[in-house]
Design a protein around this ligand. Sequence first.
Ligand code: SIN
Length: 491
Amino acid sequence: MCALRYSSSWPTKAYVNGQWYDAKSGKTFDVINPATGKAIATVPDLDASDVQVAINAANDAFKTWKKTTAKERSDLLRNWYNILVDNKEYLAEIVTAEAGKPLAESLGEVAYGNSFVEWFSEEARRNYGEYVPSPIKSKEILMIRQPLGPVGLITPWNFPIAMITRKASAALAAGCTCVIKPAENTPIMALVLAKFAEDAGIPKGVINVVTASRANTPQVGQLLCESPDIYGISFTGSTEVGKLLYKQCSSTVKRIGLELGGNAPFIVFEGADVDKAVAGAMASKFRNCGQTCVSANRFIIQNKIFPEFVTKLQSAMEKLVIGNGKDSGVNMGPLINMSQVEKVDRIVNDAKSKGATIVMGGNRAQTFGERFYEPTLITDVKENMACYVEEIFGPVAVCIGFDTEEEGLKIANSTNRGLAGYFYSNDLSQVWRVTKALEVGMVGVNEGIISSTEAAFGGVKESGLGREGSSHGMEEYTEIKYVCFGNIQQE
Ligand code: SIN
């Protein structure tokens, strides 16, 4: 199929059963460009009664979608992928406009997001079952995988494309239909993805996008979690909201995948290559202005190399160019909204008031706009400071010293979160020991950027349940059915 190149204006209605859909109430809400604080679009503010229409559509569509062959689903996903690739610059501009990322980073996210569609177009055909040798001669044992049914996908604003494609393409590949509830900050991308899916030939009702304001989001989430017509939920977002959705899913004993908050340790051991560690630290900490769940949250540095690391990190941070992500040369954009700005400010002020040293930054960067924050470097951090215990989700690097490997690991694991962890070491035995001892779902060894379609993304402890991407990603959307063939007359 020849992909089209789009330059027309963005869709600004919800997408339900293959139709562009207004809220029954007629209500709308504004989408704000975080760099300028100005509205860039207005979209419908759906409530539970509208979302029920989308759930019904996903159920109707499931009746036929589940009967498509894996090859047919694979081909449709491939068509979708081709269109997405053909429109990558257009998509990147949307990421920058809605989420504030520098354009180069938005292009990176688009490539990452598209890669999930490509991957699951391939994985669709490998949804294998199992034949297991039976202990009884007259019986044969088989296990097949079947789609869960219509699923609810609740996605965050920090990766407007990748978090949708990581979920939706796995769900579709498995034979599920979906209702996508994008974050209220970044609904345009979800609508554009639905438009491109329609152009790719994905039938009506298979993908539905329900847009809702912050005020309506709780009732939409609750309906998706409690509806007996939704068979699975996948959520990426905060641990607090994840716990609430987990509870709501219990009423229907619904499958739930949760990719929640992190508090990633980033350990640098003496003997490590400090320059490489600083490069990894910059990539991990300042990607999307620190607003990623896998962002390094605590730099835990062996005391012998602490001064060298801090000096080098500061000089790398001084090179960051703050501004509107659409402007050339900018490599650090704004925070997404005022509540993020207030949170980062609260965490930094708490550290200041409790005696931390602010080596660099420490203030809002209001000359650029009200959502900008200075790259901030903090030392002399204590356990009672918010920056030690909370996920910062902002451009604030917190450095903590330690003497022994045991002490470094104790600090690293002293949290109820366990998404990603990083460490730099050139000692092979230490590499194995620390890899095994870190209480996280993903480890970067001498590497600050670990996300990859091919790898299983997910956490332990209060950072989540289940894995996305990789050959495990489709498991979230399938049920194993055991089939026992009895009374078989063997020769
Ligand atoms: C996230 O921050 O939630 C996802 C980050 C990633 O996939 O790299």
